[in-house]
Unconditional design. Sequence first.
Lengths: 112, 112
Amino acid sequence: AQRVTQPEKLLSVFKGAPVELKCNYSYSGSPELFWYVQYSRQRLQLLLRHISRESIKGFTADLNKGETSFHLKKPFAQEEDSAMYYCALISRLGGSQGNLIFGKGTKLSVKP
Amino acid sequence: NAGVTQTPKFRVLKTGQSMTLLCAQDMNHEYMYWYRQDPGMGLRLIHYSVGEGTTAKGEVPDGYNVSRLKKQNFLLGLESAAPSQTSVYFCASSAMGPYGYTFGSGTRLTVV
């Protein structure tokens, strides 16, 4: 089964502390993964995609096929990072182009 | 440039009533999606469309119908609302399938 698991509903850290939001996936084949973020009263927006290996707002995520993980990391959390974070995987069933399936999300709270 | 617009933003329905949610995009995107977001469940795909005149079922299609008569509009219908359909509904569109969604701001629906 194709599945995305985010084991933490809530992650609370202090400003300046490192952050790691966990994402594990189940997928047969080469996975394509993304992180989306939803700030308070704003729309869901794409944060980063694994294929581009980019760093957005100081966040990075590395695909680890051995551990089937795509954890989101930031070395020094800022208060403005407080948001809901969703890990997403392209699901290709029946030969379709694919759709995104999302994890249940982790709420990150960065305290001053 | 409005992007993805959802109407209405809020609605309260009585059990058994029907309604239609409208999603409109002005980016000439081929792909459009309807998701529902429930606490602790993340986002789940209801229906999607890969182009004008096409629709397909997602993960949780029961109780919903959709239509894509015009490229820019994707309608989600509830024929007979049930309390289990209380949720926040998000529409998304994309030019590249699952590779970059643009989300609407959501419709909060309560069925009493």
